[in-house]
Design a binder for this molecule. Structure first.
Ligand code: IMP
Length: 430
């Protein structure tokens, strides 16, 4: 029995919420290790729906320890608001049940202002960010001028850091024609929030080390997806963190061997929000149908998701780069009733055949998919709970995807309901 990391293998929105919830019911500790409140994980427990953005999914289950690791960027106001929302639904969040890494970097209102001003300045090449200030906060972290949660305990140091931070950003905001931010205002806002947020600060690496040694089961909950990884994704149309499983270790303060089994959440077709290349994107009725049936609207921003065929080349790359041991395939039922289904098995780049997704921004935009066409099925797969419930053509589709991407499907989700899942292998016992 080991620990499990869950990551998205496409452009996010693969349906991680349901799978993570299912796994978190089996885990003792649930850890977020990257991203911030740009994520959106929907959980349905009984009749209650929770939309979590920053809180680890374990929070809605009593007796689980929820951890926000150092690799996350935390907007303290958004965190408190989210705590308020789940508290209203009866969830108890205390400094005992939620630990936030004391060395986590904070997202400040100035980061959201910068996110908006920089996107506006990008014009046609905008990234389509979630506007949550994620990128500017990570920039400050690597530039070593970020404000960390532990800094709130030291008002003099905090004042100095806020002053330095705004010296830099006000020059930028001015250049972008945006309103500048006052040192006193930001400092006072941080001082005001300190008593509410600082009690959650903890040496997360130490807590996780102890939990691991006590034989507790740890679930590392990734956000976004591999193709949004700042190194391995469709740069620059990516988020600002590493979404690969390797970051589960660095982003929470454990060694790589602690991470354990890596489950890659994969949608049976492809979606993307925001701008950037998408070789298998569909602009026809089938694309519209997938979007309508799959309810493809962002949890965080409500934006309509772009839809397309399954891209086996991209997912194969995600399996390798992300160290994925098994796939959780979601939303197979959205493909029900299609006469035929296409799967991208290679790319054509100006007459050259490629069996991987190249890094060049130019090539990423220019490749065209080489498709294999498979027979569809007319029967419903929705709610199937065993392989015997699936039509032969659907089984053939799943088996072909396994072959093409080089990873077994260990879990198949056939509806948003928790129990509509076909379990081939329990990741905690792999
Ligand atoms: P940012 O993370 O807000 O900087 O946005 C960068 C890119 O990542 C944009 O294309 C967003 O749409 C995308 N993105 C960020 N978070 C998510 C997510 O949770 N699901 C899907 N796409 C996301």
């Amino acid at each position: 029995m080991g620990n499990v990391a869950v990551i998205g293998s496409q452009w996010g929105d693969e349906g991680k919420g349901k799978i993570v919830d299912w796994l978190s019911s089996r885990a003792d500790v649930v850890v977020r290790f990257q991203g911030g409140h740009n994520a959106g994980h929907t959980l349905v427990i009984g009749d209650v729906e929770y939309k979590l953005h920053l809180l680890p999914s374990g929070i809605v289950r009593e007796g689980k320890l929820s951890v926000i690791g150092n690799g996350v960027v935390v907007d303290p106001w958004a965190l408190l608001k989210e705590i308020g929302t789940v508290t209203e639904k009866g969830v108890k969040v205390t400094p005992e049940s939620l630990k936030v890494a004391e060395n986590v970097n904070l997202i400040l209102p100035v980061h959201q202002k910068l996110d908006a001003a920089l996107e506006a300045a990008r014009g046609n090449s905008k990234i389509g960010t979630t506007g949550r200030g994620i990128g500017p906060a990570y920039e400050d972290k690597v530039a070593r001028r970020g404000i960390r949660l532990c800094d709130l305990a030291h008002p003099d140091l905090l004042k100095e850091k806020v002053t330095n931070l705004l010296l830099h950003h006000n020059a930028l905001l001015k250049g972008l024609g945006a309103e500048e931010v006052s040192v006193d205002d930001l400092y006072n806002e941080l001082i005001a929030i300190t008593p509410k947020i600082l009690p959650f600060a903890a040496p997360v690496w130490k807590i996780l080390d102890e939990a691991h040694h006590d034989g507790k089961k740890i679930l590392f909950e990734g956000a976004q997806g591999l193709m949004l990884d700042v190194d391995h994704g469709t740069y620059p149309f990516v988020t600002s963190s590493n979404t690969v499983s390797g970051n589960a270790a660095a982003g929470s303060g454990v060694g790589p061997k602690t991470v354990g089994y890596v489950l890659g959440i994969t949608k049976a077709y492809t979606t993307r929000v925001g701008t950037g290349p998408f070789p298998t994107e569909l602009f026809d009725d089938i694309g519209e149908t997938l979007g309508r049936r799959g309810h493809e609207f962002g949890t965080t921003t409500g934006r309509k998701r772009r839809c397309g065929w399954f891209d086996a080349v991209m997912v194969r790359q995600a399996v390798k780069v992300g160290g994925i041991d098994g796939l959780a395939l979601t939303k197979l039922d959205v493909l029900d009733g299609l006469d035929e289904i296409k799967v991208c098995v290679g790319y054509d780049w100006n007459g050259q055949k490629l069996n991987y997704y190249p890094a060049s921004q130019v090539a990423q935009a220019e490749v065209t998919p080489i498709y294999e066409t498979m027979q569809g099925w007319s029967e419903s797969t929705r709610g199937a709970r065993s392989w015997a419930d699936l039509p032969p053509a659907a089984i053939k589709y799943v088996k072909r995807l396994e072959e093409l991407v080089g990873s077994p499907v260990t879990l198949l989700s056939t509806s948003p309901e928790r129990d509509d899942t076909i379990l081939v292998q329990d990741p905690f016992f792999s």
